[in-house]
Design a binder for this molecule. Structure first.
Ligand code: KG4
Ligand code: ZN
Length: 359
């Protein structure tokens, strides 16, 4: 056993007697540099986020090299801010956690290396967290009484999954996108509508002024019985509608187009996820949660809540500040792993394409 491994073992033994477990987590999988301290996976003591949106906006999307460099520049200050706001020093923590995948590999490696350095220096248990597991765990921050099992729709920029959360750190994938993620479709349609990056929230703003029933974007695949979805065809239909109108010299109401697109995507996500929850036996059939960046979309939150209510299913979605990437959700997911007795070796590598079931 190395000196570090002995220190970790001592910490893990101590944890059994401690009233509270405080985890520092770091998130650098994409374009936010974030650090947070969370107690018992539920109580947020600090949540610091440095967003890179202004750096990527001129390019209309995330530039991986710029993201990695900015993470390197900011991570020290962001971690210090998180510790400072929590009023804690490294030695008062119980574990260090970090997003280890999926995400941009260069960006992931910045957070991973930094977290390993802290864990090693302070002799603390180290945990790698799956980014989707972290998004799901954002719900525990907003609903401390929520416990697995439950069904969850995860809709972000890189993923759209329906997952049964069987236990802390045990997931079963029951539906997924066949092509674009929901957030990716929002971003692409926003771009053709001339909206700035990040597209999703800007499209939502425009959609608020439009008529969602003006255009219909049908898609046979999504009307089927399965729990998988497909957004690429809907995105193409919106683009074609816009181009055809432009070529014919017709005026198109961009707000109506945005609202109609949003309604189409929201209806599919809400319908499939409520149907998925209903099909589960036991507790997972009575609770439906929403997670991922697109969970910040009000139309989606409202549609899911209304449908879940009609089906007699309890609905959960994170507070707005925990919807998009942040480190508080990473700390919460790490606590779930720790509860299951899991920690990771400092040799853990970044896994840009890791599936949640393998983790
Ligand atoms: O979870 P997230 O912050 O990063 C990933 O893990 O991908 O999600 C970002 C995605 C982007 O595609 C963004 O456009 C979308 O979430 N998004 C939204 C809204 N806020 C963020 N999409 C629709 N409406 C929103 N209000
Ligand atoms: Zn995310």
């Amino acid at each position: 056993m190395t000196h570090y491994e002995r220190a970790v073992q001592r910490k893990l033994d101590e944890l059994k007697r401690k009233p509270h477990v405080r985890i520092l987590a770091i998130e650098t999988s994409c374009d936010e540099t974030a650090a947070a301290v969370v107690a018992d996976g539920r109580t947020v003591l600090s949540n610091a986020v440095h967003t890179q949106i202004p750096l990527h906006a001129p390019f209309g999307g995330v530039v991986p090299e710029i993201a990695s460099r900015s993470h390197v520049q900011k991570i020290g200050a962001v971690v210090r801010l998180a510790l400072g706001e929590a009023g804690l020093t490294l030695n008062e923590l119980d574990a260090v956690a970090v997003t280890s995948g999926p995400g941009l590999v260069g960006a992931l490696l910045v957070g991973l290396s930094y977290a390993k350095g802290l864990a090693y220096a302070a002799g603390l248990p180290f945990l790698g967290v799956h980014h989707i597991a972290a998004h799901i765990a954002a719900n525990y921050l907003s609903y401390p009484a929520l416990t697995p099992p439950f069904t969850c729709l995860v809709a972000s920029g890189g993923h759209s999954h329906i997952i049964v959360v069987e236990d802390y750190d045990r997931y079963r994938l029951i539906g997924r996108t066949r092509d674009d993620a929901a957030g990716e479709a929002f971003d692409k349609v926003a771009r053709v509508l001339g909206l700035p990056y990040p597209g999703g929230p800007n499209l939502e703003q425009l959609a608020m002024q439009g008529d969602p029933t003006r255009y219909r974007f049908r898609s046979a695949f999504n009307e089927g019985e399965g729990l998988d979805f497909s957004f690429s065809g809907i995105k193409t239909a919106v683009v074609n509608r816009l181009h055809n109108a432009e070529q014919a010299g017709e005026a198109v109401n961009r707000a109506d187009l945005a609202a109609s697109f949003q309604k189409t995507v929201v209806d599919i996500l809400a319908e499939k996820s409520v149907r998925a929850a209903k099909a589960q036996s036991g507790e997972a059939g009575t609770k439906l949660a929403l997670a991922g960046g697109v969970s910040a979309n009000r139309a989606l939150r409202e549609a899911m809540e209304a449908r879940a209510k009609r089906a007699g299913i309890a609905f959960y979605c994170p507070a707005f500040e925990y919807c998009t990437d942040n480190a508080a959700m990473v700390a919460s997911a790490a606590y779930g792993r720790l509860l299951q007795g899991r920690t990771d070796a400092l040799s853990l590598n970044a896994a840009p394409y890791l599936s949640i079931e393998e983790r």
